[in-house]
Design a protein around this ligand. Structure first.
Ligand code: 3PY
Length: 366
């Protein structure tokens, strides 16, 4: 066995033969040594300096890990991070990507032909140029499922925040001008409502499950096709128009694609009930924000709760932020310690598999 490993190492990189011999001397399993010594010369770039230690540990066991030294925070931080990443990228075999820098043609050119995988640390991959990845034979992985509960919790949080008018109520607390009275700042119930889910994937299903105790009257959903999971959850499959017309809460849980971009626009907002509450946990561009601003301002719909906006960060003087019936979060759907750690480990395992010739754990079909 050892002989075969050493021959392999010799062929690939003679200096690893010496390393392997030394490590056998200290008692490490030969297969692990051969594998690690052969992959240690591969460079993997991690795009953020706050990537969870659990994921880094997996990567560092196998590869040479490069990481930007800047915090991707604020305009200056973002500029420095981008500059740093562009310097580090050439020669990398995999990119572990949690940056808002798009995976573009230019960036892939800069990386070079040895790049095998982009492992995005997100469920969404609309920031990746899929045509370029496909044309170059570069694989793409994402981190679905592990974040479904965390994102669904934020959807439920936004439903409560928008329905119970957290923006106005918080403002009252901050200014000390509380409206004390029996019929002041009344909100809407989730109890007895119809909740419409646009996209009954992992996150959409997790939203329905989390609302189990809220006495929702009816769950309906729309998408490309009826799903067996819908039946199991007691959710009715309807057309998009029917969902818009019937829902008290509309939760957007679909990826951003050419088909879904601006699916919420002047026309679709006009089909909603006047008490409708729109929740977006997908991507900002699912919604035409100008149209949403008008609909909220004119009270054409009741309220909205957004975890995602265009752009991110939303400038602090953006007109959306003047609306009392809008509650906005800074894209924190997956931002829990456990979820981010699970995402990091999943992304790292995808890298290990891609660079050791195994199937990806969570591939994106290109
Ligand atoms: O993982 C993603 O794509 C998210 O946006 C989670 O909020």
């Amino acid at each position: 066995m050892l002989k075969i490993i050493l021959q392999k190492c010799q062929r690939r990189a003679p200096r690893f033969k010496v390393v392997a011999l030394l490590l056998v001397g200290v008692g490490l399993p030969a297969s692990c040594i051969a594998h690690n010594t052969m992959t240690k010369n591969l460079k993997v770039l991690v795009s953020s300096n706050d990537f969870p230690a659990s994921g880094l540990k997996v990567l560092e066991e196998h590869f040479t890990v490069l990481q930007t030294k800047y915090l991707n925070f604020g305009e200056e931080g973002q500029t420095k991070t981008k500059e740093d990443l562009l310097k580090l990228i050439p020669g990398c075999s995999a990119l572990v990507w949690s940056s808002n820098l798009p995976i573009s043609k230019e960036l892939l050119d800069r990386a070079g032909p040895q790049l095998k995988l982009v492992a995005t640390v997100s469920a969404g991959y609309n920031h990746c140029n899929l045509d370029e990845l496909r044309a170059r034979g570069i694989k793409l992985s994402n981190t679905p499922n592990v974040l479904s509960s965390a994102v669904a919790e934020i959807a439920v949080g936004l439903m409560l925040a928008a329905a119970r008018r957290f923006t106005e109520n918080l403002e009252q607390v901050r200014t000390g001008e509380w409206e004390i009275g029996f019929d002041k700042v009344l909100g809407q119930d989730i109890r007895g409502s119809t909740v419409g889910i646009v996209g009954l994937g992992g996150i959409g299903q997790a939203v329905v499950k989390r609302l189990a105790g809220f006495e929702v009257d009816k769950f309906i959903y729309t998408g490309h096709r009826e799903k067996p999971e819908g039946k199991a959850l007691g959710a009715e499959f309807v057309t998009q128009d029917e969902l818009l017309a019937r829902s008290d809460f509309i939760v957007l849980a679909v990826p951003l694609t050419n088909e879904t971009r601006h699916m919420i626009n002047t026309d679709t907002l006009a089909k909603m009930k006047s008490n409708a509450i729109l929740i977006n946990i997908g991507r900002g561009d699912l919604v035409d924000q100008e149209a949403l601003y008008d609909a909220l301002k004119n009270k054409q719909i009741y309220a909205a709760g957004l975890d995602v906006t265009t752009p991110e960060p939303l400038p602090k003087d953006h007109k959306l932020l003047t609306l009392p019936n809008l509650f906005v979060l800074p894209h924190i759907g997956s931002a829990t310690v456990r979820t981010r750690s699970d995402m990091a480990v999943l992304a790292a395992n995808n890298v290990v598999n891609a660079l050791t010739g195994k199937a990806l754990v969570t591939p994106v079909n290109l």
